[in-house]
Design a protein around this ligand. Structure first.
Ligand code: FAD
Length: 558
């Protein structure tokens, strides 16, 4: 097997897993991220990770996990990819356990599993209320071994600027910028793996990390790489607003028995249990979010007239709240000054996850040769709505699968020195132009960032309509013509320009899907349509964004 020289961009769970699996096979990895892995969004994951382990004799199976995932995603997931994901899930948990993840155990010493949304079986393994942190610590420790063996080299403080493509549009490396020193450097590679997480910054203060700036996906769009299902944005039903940002009350709170209610005619009304007796508050996230929206915005039954309903865990044993849900306890006491063992938690849906992103096939290959995408930045597993606990699984699985695929590849050596020199020169020229043109008469990039988030939040809510989407397009076009300055950072300047562009792709995707499915609800088209049981693909060609719809298992020809 050939040894490859691979760039992995992004050091959360997916990037770490891929790096470990590549290094295990003797490949050389350079791993880039703006900050250490311990600060990636993956450590924020609390609730758990799904696998049909059947540890409790709950009559679960990988095929049931598959069916739940496809149903949750409303059938526009890549079916082949989901099959692999759900079949491999038990082995992934076994691996995580073997490398030291401290999963919570049941009374028989088996890995405990809890209920999560959209799944009829207890399928979600967890490590206290800090699953992401525990899993990441275990994989990160593995990675250190390969760092010592010089198979992995970390670059902290670096952000992606552009891909280096040869004349045949094959990826031969990338250009990155050091955020602190503004050094711009090119890196040649046999393969590049993008693992940069969700497109959070487009929407501002959401539940995820703002480190995930969407800049890489935005640049890839400009370099004509195909993106998919951008309109599929998950609203988590139970977020809370704090002065700093939106924060999450994990689905585990409902998995452990937490109930949602509002007050109607002076009484507690458990609307989810009345509307959906089978799963109640544990319906898939899109359904719960729409139900809360209906209670507050259509029935005007939000608590005290506000857009809020209550999530109640106060009747659960105190130990469940303080130990199994310790992060919920911590968030409520620290940010809301509220004791959830006594009082209900005021919640409302908020943007949480991106089902869409860089289109890949089931081997995590993108539309460009030698370029892979894994984790939340990529689109294949979750369709129109992700099930809780499937994202950590998807991130780790993506890392496994991309590494396997890269291991199988044969290296074709060619001299790319000239192409690499030219791309670096191009980026350096842009930097020099920016330096020369700075003037504070222009609008600050921070102001534009806030405006952008406001436009996008307004247009891409739980319900969308063509008029608002088109109005937002007009606002983006105006924003695009703004003269923007960013004294502090060249990267911020490049970023905001590319984010406006990416935002247009979000809107165009939403305008073109003329139906309501999962996370995408169109007021004018309230029904699901068979015509759109497909993946929305958007690609830029000659400065034009072209939308098409692929069959979900389409042979993508790459
Ligand atoms: C509060 C919260 C709770 C969650 N709970 C769960 C849960 O219980 N179960 C579950 O399955 N999922 C959960 N999720 C979702 C899950 O955590 C993520 O989807 C998953 O961890 C993503 O992993 P990743 O490797 O794709 O990305 P991340 O962990 O987000 O890592 C992205 C990496 O890319 C780097 N990066 C970003 N932008 C750039 C750039 N421009 N250039 C270079 N590098 C860049 C980042 O610094 C980081 O290193 C939760 C999410 C949140 C926010």
């Amino acid at each position: 097997m050939d040894t490859k020289n691979v760039l992995v961009i992004g050091a959360g769970l997916s990037g770490l897993t891929c790096s470990v699996k590549l290094a295990e096979n003797g490949n050389n990895v350079r791993l880039f991220s703006p900050s250490p892995s311990e600060r990636s969004q993956s450590v924020m994951a609390m609730g758990g990770i799904n696998a049909a382990l059947n540890n409790k004799g709950q009559d679960d199976s990988t095929s049931q996990h598959y069916t739940d995932t496809i149903n949750g995603g409303q059938e526009i997931n890549n079916h082949k990819a989901v099959k692999k994901l759900t079949d491999d899930a038990p082995e992934i948990i076994e691996w995580l356990d073997s490398i030291g993840t401290s999963f919570t155990r049941d009374e028989n010493g088996n890995i405990d599993q809890r209920y999560f949304g959209g799944q009829k079986k207890q399928r979600t393994a967890y490590a206290g209320a800090r699953t992401g942190k525990q899993v990441l610590t275990a994989i990160n420790t593995m990675l250190r071994k390969y760092e010592h063996e010089n198979l992995v080299k970390r670059y902290i403080g670096w952000r992606f600027l552009s891909l280096i493509l040869n004349d045949m549009s094959e990826c031969v490396g990338a250009v990155l910028i050091n955020e602190f020193t503004e050094e711009i450097q090119s890196f040649e590679a046999d393969c590049v793996v993008i693992a940069t997480g969700g497109m959070n910054k487009v929407f501002g203060k959401i539940s995820g990390s703002l480190q995930n700036d969407a800049g890489t996906t935005a640049r890839l769009l400009q370099q004509e790489i195909q993106l998919a299902n951008l309109e599929m944005i998950q609203f988590h039903p139970t977020t809370i607003k704090t002065p700093v940002k939106s924060m999450l009350i994990t689905e585990a709170a409902r998995g452990e028995g937490g109930r949602l209610y509002t007050i109607k005619d002076g009484e507690k009304w458990y609307f989810m249990e009345e509307w959906y007796p089978e799963l109640g508050a544990l319906m898939p996230r899109d359904v719960v979010s729409r139900s809360i929206y209906k209670v507050c915005n259509q029935l005007n039954l939000g608590i005290n007239g506000e857009n809020i309903v209550y999530l109640d865990v106060s009747f659960l044993p105190e130990e469940t709240v303080k130990v199994k849900l310790d992060e919920v306890y911590e968030v409520c006491t620290q940010y809301l000054n509220l004791d959830p063992t006594v009082d209900p938690i005021p919640v409302y849906p908020g943007i949480h996850y991106f089902m869409g992103g860089i289109l890949t096939d089931d081997a995590h290959k993108t539309s460009i040769k030698n370029l892979y995408a894994i984790g939340e930045c990529s689109a294949q597993y979750h369709g129109a709505n992700r099930l809780g606990g499937n994202s950590l699984l998807g991130a780790i699985h993506g890392g496994y699968i991309a590494a396997e695929e890269i291991n199988r590849q044969t290296v074709t050596s060619s001299n790319n020195n000239e192409i690499i020199r030219k791309e670096l020169e191009k980026q350096m020229e842009k930097y020099a132009q920016w330096k020369d043109n700075q003037t504070s008469e222009y609008t600050s990039s921070y102001t534009v960032e806030e405006e952008l988030a406001s436009i996008m939040n307004n247009a891409m809510g739980i319900y969308r309509d063509e008029e608002t989407l088109r109005e937002a397009m007009g606002q983006l076009e105006q924003l695009e013509n703004e003269k923007i300055y960013s004294h502090e950072s060249y990267y911020e300047y490049v970023l905001i320009k590319s984010l406006i562009h990416l935002s247009k792709a979000f809107l165009i995707s939403a305008i073109n899907r003329k139906e309501s499915r999962g996370a995408h609800q169109r007021i004018e088209y309230p029904e699901k349509s068979d015509k759109y049981r497909k993946t929305t693909v958007i690609q830029e060609k000659n400065n034009e964004m072209i939308v098409s719809f692929n069959d979900t298992d389409e042979k993508m020809g790459w």
